[in-house]
Ligand binder design. Structure first.
Ligand SMILES: [Zn+2]
Length: 433
Protein backbone atom coordinates (compact mmCIF):
# COMPACT_ATOMS: atom_id res chain seq x y z
CA UNK A 1 0.00 0.00 0.00
CA UNK A 2 1.57 3.20 -1.19
CA UNK A 3 -0.26 5.46 1.11
CA UNK A 4 -1.85 5.12 4.44
CA UNK A 5 -3.60 7.49 6.68
CA UNK A 6 -4.86 7.91 10.11
CA UNK A 7 -7.52 10.48 10.51
CA UNK A 8 -8.20 11.61 14.00
CA UNK A 9 -11.04 13.93 14.44
CA UNK A 10 -10.51 15.46 17.85
CA UNK A 11 -13.23 17.93 17.44
CA UNK A 12 -16.11 17.45 15.13
CA UNK A 13 -19.01 19.78 15.00
CA UNK A 14 -21.69 20.97 12.71
CA UNK A 15 -23.82 24.00 13.32
CA UNK A 16 -27.26 23.90 11.85
CA UNK A 17 -29.56 26.82 11.54
CA UNK A 18 -33.20 26.91 10.72
CA UNK A 19 -32.85 29.17 7.70
CA UNK A 20 -29.33 28.63 6.48
CA UNK A 21 -27.98 25.20 7.34
CA UNK A 22 -24.33 26.11 7.42
CA UNK A 23 -21.85 23.46 8.49
CA UNK A 24 -18.40 23.99 9.96
CA UNK A 25 -15.88 21.16 10.34
CA UNK A 26 -12.54 21.88 11.98
CA UNK A 27 -10.72 18.61 11.28
CA UNK A 28 -7.48 17.44 12.88
CA UNK A 29 -5.84 15.19 10.34
CA UNK A 30 -2.68 13.14 10.57
CA UNK A 31 -0.61 13.26 7.42
CA UNK A 32 2.28 10.91 6.80
CA UNK A 33 5.80 11.96 5.95
CA UNK A 34 6.45 12.82 2.30
CA UNK A 35 3.13 11.37 1.23
CA UNK A 36 -0.31 12.21 0.06
CA UNK A 37 -3.20 11.15 2.23
CA UNK A 38 -5.92 8.80 1.16
CA UNK A 39 -8.88 10.37 -0.50
CA UNK A 40 -11.28 12.25 1.78
CA UNK A 41 -14.89 12.92 0.94
CA UNK A 42 -16.26 16.25 2.09
CA UNK A 43 -18.39 15.71 5.20
CA UNK A 44 -21.32 17.97 4.37
CA UNK A 45 -24.86 16.69 4.62
CA UNK A 46 -26.52 19.87 3.41
CA UNK A 47 -26.62 21.36 -0.08
CA UNK A 48 -24.02 23.98 -0.79
CA UNK A 49 -23.18 26.37 -3.66
CA UNK A 50 -19.45 25.88 -2.94
CA UNK A 51 -17.37 25.25 0.13
CA UNK A 52 -14.32 26.85 1.69
CA UNK A 53 -11.14 25.32 3.04
CA UNK A 54 -8.28 26.77 5.05
CA UNK A 55 -5.24 25.24 6.69
CA UNK A 56 -4.81 26.28 10.30
CA UNK A 57 -1.27 25.77 11.62
CA UNK A 58 -1.57 28.09 14.57
CA UNK A 59 0.28 26.84 17.66
CA UNK A 60 2.62 24.72 15.57
CA UNK A 61 6.09 25.17 14.11
CA UNK A 62 4.92 23.98 10.69
CA UNK A 63 4.86 26.12 7.59
CA UNK A 64 1.92 26.51 5.20
CA UNK A 65 4.22 25.88 2.26
CA UNK A 66 4.83 22.34 3.49
CA UNK A 67 1.35 21.25 2.44
CA UNK A 68 -0.65 21.02 -0.78
CA UNK A 69 -4.30 20.23 -1.47
CA UNK A 70 -6.17 19.06 -4.53
CA UNK A 71 -9.81 18.50 -5.37
CA UNK A 72 -11.78 16.03 -7.48
CA UNK A 73 -15.37 15.46 -8.56
CA UNK A 74 -15.16 11.67 -8.62
CA UNK A 75 -12.02 10.78 -6.69
CA UNK A 76 -10.28 9.74 -9.92
CA UNK A 77 -9.74 12.81 -12.08
CA UNK A 78 -7.92 15.45 -10.05
CA UNK A 79 -7.28 19.15 -10.38
CA UNK A 80 -3.71 20.35 -9.91
CA UNK A 81 -2.19 20.46 -6.46
CA UNK A 82 -2.70 23.86 -4.88
CA UNK A 83 -0.35 25.39 -2.34
CA UNK A 84 -1.67 26.91 0.85
CA UNK A 85 -0.63 30.54 0.97
CA UNK A 86 -0.46 33.01 3.77
CA UNK A 87 -3.54 35.10 4.35
CA UNK A 88 -2.64 38.67 3.49
CA UNK A 89 -4.92 40.01 6.19
CA UNK A 90 -3.57 37.94 9.02
CA UNK A 91 -1.18 38.77 11.81
CA UNK A 92 2.44 38.18 10.85
CA UNK A 93 2.94 35.38 13.34
CA UNK A 94 -0.31 33.53 12.70
CA UNK A 95 -0.10 30.68 10.30
CA UNK A 96 -3.56 30.42 8.84
CA UNK A 97 -3.80 30.02 5.09
CA UNK A 98 -5.82 32.09 2.69
CA UNK A 99 -9.36 30.88 2.07
CA UNK A 100 -9.67 28.38 -0.78
CA UNK A 101 -12.99 28.00 -2.58
CA UNK A 102 -14.02 24.65 -4.02
CA UNK A 103 -17.03 24.00 -6.23
CA UNK A 104 -19.86 22.05 -4.66
CA UNK A 105 -19.33 19.14 -7.03
CA UNK A 106 -15.70 18.73 -5.96
CA UNK A 107 -16.65 16.20 -3.35
CA UNK A 108 -13.19 14.75 -2.76
CA UNK A 109 -9.92 16.20 -1.57
CA UNK A 110 -6.45 15.04 -0.74
CA UNK A 111 -3.58 16.59 1.21
CA UNK A 112 0.10 16.19 0.44
CA UNK A 113 2.75 16.51 3.16
CA UNK A 114 6.17 17.66 1.95
CA UNK A 115 7.78 17.28 5.39
CA UNK A 116 9.90 14.34 6.43
CA UNK A 117 7.80 13.33 9.41
CA UNK A 118 4.26 12.29 10.28
CA UNK A 119 2.28 15.09 11.81
CA UNK A 120 -1.13 16.55 12.50
CA UNK A 121 -2.66 19.47 10.75
CA UNK A 122 -5.96 21.23 11.22
CA UNK A 123 -8.13 21.76 8.18
CA UNK A 124 -11.23 23.98 8.42
CA UNK A 125 -14.05 23.07 6.03
CA UNK A 126 -17.11 25.28 5.82
CA UNK A 127 -20.37 24.83 3.93
CA UNK A 128 -21.96 28.30 3.68
CA UNK A 129 -25.31 26.76 2.59
CA UNK A 130 -27.49 28.00 -0.22
CA UNK A 131 -28.86 31.47 0.37
CA UNK A 132 -32.48 32.37 0.66
CA UNK A 133 -33.43 34.86 -1.97
CA UNK A 134 -33.75 38.14 -0.18
CA UNK A 135 -34.09 41.62 -1.47
CA UNK A 136 -33.04 44.28 0.94
CA UNK A 137 -33.26 47.94 0.74
CA UNK A 138 -31.84 49.08 4.04
CA UNK A 139 -30.49 52.59 3.91
CA UNK A 140 -29.19 55.18 6.30
CA UNK A 141 -29.63 58.84 5.50
CA UNK A 142 -27.99 61.61 7.43
CA UNK A 143 -26.47 64.44 5.45
CA UNK A 144 -26.78 65.06 1.72
CA UNK A 145 -25.32 61.75 0.67
CA UNK A 146 -27.60 58.80 1.12
CA UNK A 147 -26.15 55.49 2.16
CA UNK A 148 -26.41 53.09 -0.78
CA UNK A 149 -28.90 50.25 -0.18
CA UNK A 150 -27.35 47.29 1.59
CA UNK A 151 -28.04 43.80 2.85
CA UNK A 152 -27.87 43.77 6.61
CA UNK A 153 -26.59 40.85 8.65
CA UNK A 154 -29.87 39.01 8.93
CA UNK A 155 -30.28 39.30 5.17
CA UNK A 156 -27.06 37.41 4.48
CA UNK A 157 -26.92 35.13 7.51
CA UNK A 158 -29.38 34.07 10.14
CA UNK A 159 -26.80 32.44 12.39
CA UNK A 160 -23.73 34.69 12.12
CA UNK A 161 -23.87 36.42 15.47
CA UNK A 162 -22.41 39.93 15.67
CA UNK A 163 -19.35 40.62 17.79
CA UNK A 164 -17.16 43.71 17.86
CA UNK A 165 -18.36 46.13 20.51
CA UNK A 166 -15.69 48.86 20.37
CA UNK A 167 -17.24 52.07 19.09
CA UNK A 168 -14.90 54.27 17.09
CA UNK A 169 -15.09 57.69 15.48
CA UNK A 170 -14.10 57.15 11.87
CA UNK A 171 -11.52 59.51 10.40
CA UNK A 172 -9.99 57.22 7.77
CA UNK A 173 -11.54 54.96 5.15
CA UNK A 174 -9.56 51.82 4.31
CA UNK A 175 -10.29 49.77 1.21
CA UNK A 176 -9.38 46.09 0.78
CA UNK A 177 -9.93 43.24 -1.58
CA UNK A 178 -10.82 39.79 -0.29
CA UNK A 179 -8.30 38.05 -2.57
CA UNK A 180 -11.10 35.49 -3.01
CA UNK A 181 -13.29 34.42 -5.91
CA UNK A 182 -14.28 36.89 -8.65
CA UNK A 183 -17.33 34.95 -9.80
CA UNK A 184 -20.11 33.44 -7.73
CA UNK A 185 -23.76 32.55 -8.09
CA UNK A 186 -24.31 33.21 -4.39
CA UNK A 187 -22.52 36.24 -2.92
CA UNK A 188 -24.48 35.95 0.34
CA UNK A 189 -22.82 32.56 0.79
CA UNK A 190 -19.39 34.06 0.05
CA UNK A 191 -19.95 36.60 2.84
CA UNK A 192 -20.88 33.76 5.20
CA UNK A 193 -17.66 32.03 4.16
CA UNK A 194 -15.62 35.11 5.05
CA UNK A 195 -17.48 35.48 8.35
CA UNK A 196 -16.75 31.85 9.26
CA UNK A 197 -13.10 32.24 8.27
CA UNK A 198 -12.65 35.32 10.42
CA UNK A 199 -14.56 33.99 13.43
CA UNK A 200 -14.00 30.22 13.50
CA UNK A 201 -10.60 29.97 11.82
CA UNK A 202 -8.91 33.25 12.72
CA UNK A 203 -10.60 33.56 16.09
CA UNK A 204 -11.84 37.13 15.69
CA UNK A 205 -15.05 38.16 17.35
CA UNK A 206 -16.81 39.05 14.08
CA UNK A 207 -16.22 39.50 10.37
CA UNK A 208 -13.27 41.88 10.06
CA UNK A 209 -14.77 44.50 7.73
CA UNK A 210 -17.43 47.12 8.31
CA UNK A 211 -18.76 46.72 4.78
CA UNK A 212 -18.29 44.37 1.84
CA UNK A 213 -19.01 45.05 -1.83
CA UNK A 214 -19.75 42.17 -4.21
CA UNK A 215 -18.64 42.45 -7.85
CA UNK A 216 -22.32 42.78 -8.85
CA UNK A 217 -22.53 45.97 -6.78
CA UNK A 218 -24.44 44.50 -3.82
CA UNK A 219 -23.35 46.09 -0.56
CA UNK A 220 -23.18 43.95 2.59
CA UNK A 221 -23.18 45.09 6.18
CA UNK A 222 -20.24 43.62 8.08
CA UNK A 223 -19.59 45.05 11.53
CA UNK A 224 -21.81 47.95 10.59
CA UNK A 225 -21.07 51.62 11.04
CA UNK A 226 -18.66 53.01 13.68
CA UNK A 227 -17.73 49.60 15.08
CA UNK A 228 -13.97 49.01 15.19
CA UNK A 229 -13.07 46.23 12.80
CA UNK A 230 -10.11 43.89 12.28
CA UNK A 231 -8.54 44.74 8.95
CA UNK A 232 -5.87 47.42 9.09
CA UNK A 233 -2.40 46.34 10.22
CA UNK A 234 -3.45 46.01 13.85
CA UNK A 235 -4.28 49.74 13.93
CA UNK A 236 -8.00 49.61 13.45
CA UNK A 237 -9.08 52.52 15.62
CA UNK A 238 -10.76 55.39 13.76
CA UNK A 239 -11.04 53.41 10.53
CA UNK A 240 -13.89 52.07 8.44
CA UNK A 241 -12.87 48.95 6.53
CA UNK A 242 -14.55 48.17 3.23
CA UNK A 243 -13.77 44.98 1.34
CA UNK A 244 -14.12 44.76 -2.41
CA UNK A 245 -14.92 41.06 -2.73
CA UNK A 246 -12.76 39.38 -5.36
CA UNK A 247 -9.10 39.24 -6.26
CA UNK A 248 -7.81 42.34 -8.06
CA UNK A 249 -4.16 41.41 -8.47
CA UNK A 250 -4.62 40.65 -12.16
CA UNK A 251 -8.04 41.87 -13.18
CA UNK A 252 -9.73 45.22 -12.55
CA UNK A 253 -12.74 45.69 -10.30
CA UNK A 254 -16.11 45.83 -12.04
CA UNK A 255 -17.86 49.16 -12.65
CA UNK A 256 -20.88 48.03 -10.66
CA UNK A 257 -18.75 47.40 -7.57
CA UNK A 258 -16.82 50.66 -8.06
CA UNK A 259 -20.07 52.63 -8.21
CA UNK A 260 -21.26 51.14 -4.91
CA UNK A 261 -17.88 51.77 -3.27
CA UNK A 262 -17.85 55.40 -4.43
CA UNK A 263 -21.34 56.00 -3.05
CA UNK A 264 -20.49 54.31 0.25
CA UNK A 265 -17.29 56.32 0.72
CA UNK A 266 -19.07 59.53 -0.29
CA UNK A 267 -21.74 58.89 2.30
CA UNK A 268 -19.24 58.27 5.11
CA UNK A 269 -16.91 61.10 4.10
CA UNK A 270 -19.87 63.46 3.94
CA UNK A 271 -21.42 62.47 7.26
CA UNK A 272 -18.07 62.48 9.12
CA UNK A 273 -16.74 65.57 7.34
CA UNK A 274 -13.77 63.70 5.87
CA UNK A 275 -11.95 65.29 2.94
CA UNK A 276 -11.63 62.45 0.37
CA UNK A 277 -8.50 64.00 -1.16
CA UNK A 278 -6.90 65.11 2.10
CA UNK A 279 -4.77 63.68 4.89
CA UNK A 280 -5.13 63.87 8.64
CA UNK A 281 -3.72 62.53 11.86
CA UNK A 282 -4.55 58.91 12.51
CA UNK A 283 -4.18 58.36 16.25
CA UNK A 284 -3.81 54.58 16.06
CA UNK A 285 -0.91 54.90 13.63
CA UNK A 286 0.49 57.99 15.29
CA UNK A 287 1.04 59.88 12.09
CA UNK A 288 -0.45 61.72 9.18
CA UNK A 289 -2.35 59.44 6.84
CA UNK A 290 -4.35 59.98 3.66
CA UNK A 291 -8.02 59.94 4.55
CA UNK A 292 -8.90 57.30 1.95
CA UNK A 293 -6.32 54.56 1.67
CA UNK A 294 -5.75 51.02 0.52
CA UNK A 295 -4.62 48.38 2.99
CA UNK A 296 -1.08 48.43 1.53
CA UNK A 297 -0.71 52.09 2.49
CA UNK A 298 -0.41 50.93 6.09
CA UNK A 299 1.64 47.73 6.02
CA UNK A 300 3.27 45.16 3.82
CA UNK A 301 0.49 43.47 1.87
CA UNK A 302 -0.63 43.17 -1.74
CA UNK A 303 -4.16 44.20 -0.71
CA UNK A 304 -6.23 45.69 -2.37
CA UNK A 305 -4.58 44.27 -5.49
CA UNK A 306 -2.23 45.64 -8.15
CA UNK A 307 -5.08 46.35 -10.57
CA UNK A 308 -7.24 48.12 -8.05
CA UNK A 309 -4.87 50.04 -5.78
CA UNK A 310 -3.81 52.68 -8.38
CA UNK A 311 -7.44 53.17 -9.40
CA UNK A 312 -8.41 53.80 -5.79
CA UNK A 313 -6.17 56.85 -5.66
CA UNK A 314 -6.50 58.09 -9.26
CA UNK A 315 -10.19 57.52 -9.82
CA UNK A 316 -12.23 56.50 -6.78
CA UNK A 317 -11.09 59.35 -4.55
CA UNK A 318 -11.72 62.16 -7.09
CA UNK A 319 -15.09 60.57 -7.89
CA UNK A 320 -16.00 60.56 -4.19
CA UNK A 321 -14.91 64.19 -3.94
CA UNK A 322 -16.99 65.12 -6.99
CA UNK A 323 -20.02 63.37 -5.62
CA UNK A 324 -19.84 65.18 -2.29
CA UNK A 325 -19.20 68.53 -3.99
CA UNK A 326 -22.39 67.92 -5.88
CA UNK A 327 -24.26 67.06 -2.67
CA UNK A 328 -24.60 63.53 -4.02
CA UNK A 329 -27.39 64.61 -6.32
CA UNK A 330 -25.76 63.43 -9.54
CA UNK A 331 -24.73 59.92 -8.72
CA UNK A 332 -25.89 58.54 -12.05
CA UNK A 333 -28.95 56.89 -10.55
CA UNK A 334 -31.61 59.48 -11.33
CA UNK A 335 -33.25 58.24 -14.53
CA UNK A 336 -34.82 61.54 -15.45
CA UNK A 337 -33.14 64.50 -13.85
CA UNK A 338 -34.96 67.75 -14.25
CA UNK A 339 -33.25 70.22 -16.50
CA UNK A 340 -32.53 73.55 -14.96
CA UNK A 341 -35.95 75.20 -15.18
CA UNK A 342 -34.78 78.66 -14.41
CA UNK A 343 -31.30 79.54 -15.57
CA UNK A 344 -29.55 82.23 -13.63
CA UNK A 345 -30.45 85.52 -15.35
CA UNK A 346 -26.98 86.81 -14.50
CA UNK A 347 -25.41 84.17 -16.71
CA UNK A 348 -24.04 85.12 -20.05
CA UNK A 349 -26.47 84.14 -22.77
CA UNK A 350 -24.05 81.67 -24.32
CA UNK A 351 -22.26 80.27 -21.30
CA UNK A 352 -24.89 80.35 -18.64
CA UNK A 353 -27.71 78.24 -19.94
CA UNK A 354 -25.78 75.01 -20.37
CA UNK A 355 -25.89 72.43 -17.64
CA UNK A 356 -24.50 68.93 -17.65
CA UNK A 357 -25.65 65.88 -15.70
CA UNK A 358 -24.57 63.63 -14.08
CA UNK A 359 -21.01 63.93 -12.82
CA UNK A 360 -20.71 60.23 -12.01
CA UNK A 361 -21.57 58.51 -15.26
CA UNK A 362 -22.24 54.98 -16.38
CA UNK A 363 -23.76 55.41 -19.82
CA UNK A 364 -24.46 58.92 -21.03
CA UNK A 365 -24.12 62.55 -20.15
CA UNK A 366 -26.89 65.02 -20.84
CA UNK A 367 -26.70 68.70 -21.66
CA UNK A 368 -29.50 71.14 -21.14
CA UNK A 369 -30.29 74.69 -21.98
CA UNK A 370 -33.48 76.55 -21.24
CA UNK A 371 -32.63 79.24 -23.79
CA UNK A 372 -33.18 79.42 -27.50
CA UNK A 373 -30.32 77.77 -29.43
CA UNK A 374 -29.44 79.12 -32.86
CA UNK A 375 -25.83 77.94 -33.43
CA UNK A 376 -24.32 74.44 -33.59
CA UNK A 377 -23.18 73.04 -30.24
CA UNK A 378 -19.97 71.00 -30.15
CA UNK A 379 -19.08 68.76 -27.25
CA UNK A 380 -15.47 67.59 -26.90
CA UNK A 381 -14.57 65.02 -24.29
CA UNK A 382 -10.95 65.14 -23.20
CA UNK A 383 -9.12 62.56 -21.08
CA UNK A 384 -6.69 63.24 -18.25
CA UNK A 385 -3.70 63.49 -20.58
CA UNK A 386 -5.40 66.04 -22.81
CA UNK A 387 -6.45 63.82 -25.71
CA UNK A 388 -9.84 64.42 -27.28
CA UNK A 389 -11.50 61.01 -27.08
CA UNK A 390 -14.97 61.85 -28.31
CA UNK A 391 -16.61 64.71 -30.16
CA UNK A 392 -20.26 65.25 -30.94
CA UNK A 393 -21.94 68.17 -32.66
CA UNK A 394 -25.58 69.12 -32.36
CA UNK A 395 -26.94 71.17 -35.21
CA UNK A 396 -30.36 72.73 -35.59
CA UNK A 397 -32.35 75.36 -33.83
CA UNK A 398 -34.02 74.67 -30.53
CA UNK A 399 -36.36 76.56 -28.29
CA UNK A 400 -35.29 74.25 -25.56
CA UNK A 401 -32.18 72.07 -25.91
CA UNK A 402 -31.53 68.64 -24.50
CA UNK A 403 -28.63 66.62 -25.93
CA UNK A 404 -27.14 63.29 -24.94
CA UNK A 405 -23.66 61.91 -25.49
CA UNK A 406 -23.08 58.19 -25.07
CA UNK A 407 -19.90 57.59 -23.06
CA UNK A 408 -20.61 53.95 -22.26
CA UNK A 409 -17.53 52.73 -24.13
CA UNK A 410 -15.03 55.11 -22.61
CA UNK A 411 -12.66 53.54 -20.07
CA UNK A 412 -13.30 54.43 -16.44
CA UNK A 413 -11.60 57.65 -15.44
CA UNK A 414 -11.93 61.39 -15.03
CA UNK A 415 -12.82 63.38 -18.17
CA UNK A 416 -13.17 67.03 -19.02
CA UNK A 417 -15.89 68.28 -21.34
CA UNK A 418 -15.47 71.35 -23.52
CA UNK A 419 -18.79 72.60 -24.80
CA UNK A 420 -18.47 75.12 -27.61
CA UNK A 421 -21.38 77.30 -28.61
CA UNK A 422 -20.75 80.11 -31.04
CA UNK A 423 -17.65 81.92 -29.83
CA UNK A 424 -18.06 80.78 -26.25
CA UNK A 425 -16.97 77.75 -24.31
CA UNK A 426 -17.94 76.12 -21.08
CA UNK A 427 -16.09 73.35 -19.23
CA UNK A 428 -17.46 70.46 -17.23
CA UNK A 429 -15.91 67.45 -15.57
CA UNK A 430 -17.26 63.95 -15.00
CA UNK A 431 -16.12 60.61 -13.71
CA UNK A 432 -16.86 57.60 -15.90
CA UNK A 433 -17.49 54.47 -13.86
ZN1 LIG B 1 -6.71 44.18 3.07
Amino acid sequence: MKTYLLVCIFFFSAFFATAQRTEFFPLDIMVSAKMETNIFEVPFSEKTPFYTVCLNLENSDLELADFLIRFSKDGQQWDDWKPFQKDIHGDENKKISNLLYADADQKYYQIQNLKKNDLYIRLDLFNPAISNVSLSNNTIQREDCKHPPFKNRKDWCTTCTPGGSVITTVTHLVVHHSAGVNESSDWDAVVRGIWNYHVNSRGWDDIGYNWLVAPNGTLYEGRHDNIQGAHYCGKNGHTMGTCMMGNYMEIPAKDTAMATLIKLLAWKADVNNIDPLGSSNHPATGGNLKNIIGHRDGCSTSCPGDKFYPVLHSFVKPAVDDLISNKCKDDGTDPDPDPDPDPDPEDDFYQGPFKMQPTLVKREIKFYSGRKIIHPISVHIVNMVGQVVLTKTFTGKYDYFEGKVNVKYLPAGIYYVRLVYGRNEKEFKFAKI
